[in-house]
Design a protein around this ligand. Structure first.
Ligand SMILES: [Fe+2]
Length: 385
């Protein structure tokens, strides 16, 4: 873990192959493909405008919950930001397809506040990738930029460019001219290229973005692990909302009140859960706490933390625990995916993705009501009991 910390602190970003165990499970990878296609099918174009590669209906898919609850993934964030009480801020996914206008460059946080350490500069961020990325289809990052942030901000102010420290859209010719490139030659744009199941974890002070337009399918999920304060009410960055609001979003499987950066939800988020969305079963108290199913400071969670990370915790014990929980959650995702598909068909009737696109489409009776459908399924299904 020390290697990871060193690399992260030096470069400001790191790629880790955390979900190799998912990549090696063909059944899980099939569910991933199916889930993405189903949510994408239910994503409307608003005012006929492109979603720029975002799947804005997909907030609580089984796969997103699987990655949020992964204990090793959580451990990396916990160590890198030296914070224990982290919850996942519900967020939509990326599903870019060839031709999507995915290119952008920006900084999520206010650099002026970050330079003074008065903002949300500790809120490290990242994504899980599910496709083979390449230089055209990946996340470019201005690595090592964070080491010079204070001087950079002084430069901006001296140039009269910046009164408040917020940069909406980063442009190299304005925000990173040759003058600065020559001053700090070790700071450079790097394409962070992942393969399926790899995660990128980045310092939020680094300018970053996406290359584009997309030339192939690229899917990513953003876990947004954010810190709840010791009072279990307020969050590390007040504009993002309160713990209760986020717990409600997890319970109801809806969007959070804002974005993790405190901005309004683009396109309104989702105010009702997706039909069929369901959490996998987590037996780990840590995984439950990440999803606001249980308070971080409750005894069960603290005991689990102590067992894993306390003085009597061992590396073997840690990995035995992580592996066992992964097996459980994989089994649960597979079981609940069957349920999700059935509910999607029941709820959407003739407009169901699975009736129209799924392998079962020709076998379905499209005339029964939702309740009749569910009763029939519950009486005969392989998920009853
Ligand atoms: Fe961003």
């Amino acid at each position: 873990m020390q290697d990871i910390i060193n690399e992260f602190q030096k470069e400001g970003t790191i790629n880790l192959d955390i979900f190799k165990w998912v990549r090696n499970d063909k059944e899980l990878m099939t569910i991933l493909d199916e889930e993405y296609r189903m949510y994408d099918y239910h994503t409307r174009l608003i005012d006929s405008k492109s979603n720029r590669g975002w799947c804005r209906t997909m907030y609580h898919s089984l796969f997103q919950q699987l990655i949020r609850g992964d204990i090793y993934y959580y451990t990396c964030y916990m160590v890198l930001r030296r914070a224990v009480y982290l919850i996942s801020y519900p967020y939509y996914t990326k599903f870019a397809k060839p031709g999507d206008k995915t290119r952008f460059r920006h900084v999520d946080i206010n650099l002026g506040q970050a330079a003074l350490r008065q903002g949300n500069e500790e809120m490290i961020q990242g994504s899980v990738s599910w496709d083979d990325e390449d230089p055209t289809n990946c996340t470019p990052i201005l690595t090592r930029f964070h080491h010079h942030l204070a001087e950079y901000q002084q430069w901006r102010v001296a140039k009269g460019m910046d009164k408040k420290g917020a940069i909406e859209a980063w442009q190299d010719n304005v925000d990173w001219p040759q003058e600065l490139r020559s001053r700090w030659p070790e700071v450079r744009w790097v394409n962070t290229i992942c393969k399926p199941g790899m995660v990128r974890i980045s310092d939020p002070r680094l300018p970053h973005g996406s290359n584009g337009p997309a030339t192939k399918i690229r899917r990513t999920m953003l876990p947004w692990f954010v810190r709840v304060n010791d009072d279990m009410e307020t969050m590390e960055f007040e504009p993002m909302g309160t713990y209760d609001q986020l717990a409600k979003a997890h319970r109801n499987l809806t969007a959070g009140p804002k974005s993790p950066s405190g901005h309004p939800n683009m396109y309104g988020g989702i105010s009702i859960p997706f039909a069929g969305a369901t959490p996998p079963v987590f037996t780990s108290k840590i995984s439950q706490a990440i999803h606001c199913q249980i308070l971080w400071n409750s005894p069960g969670v603290l005991l689990e933390l102590l067992n894993l990370f306390g003085p009597n915790g061992t590396k073997d014990g840690y990995w035995d625990f992580v592996t066992a929980r992964r097996k459980e959650v994989a089994k649960s995702v597979k079981e609940r995916w069957i349920v999700c598909k059935k509910f999607e068909m029941a709820a959407f009737g003739d407009n169901s993705f699975w009736r129209k696109k799924g392998p079962q489409s020709s076998q379905r009776d499209t005339k029964t009501s939702l309740v009749e459908e569910l009763m029939k399924e519950l009486n005969t299904s392989d998920f009853a009991g």
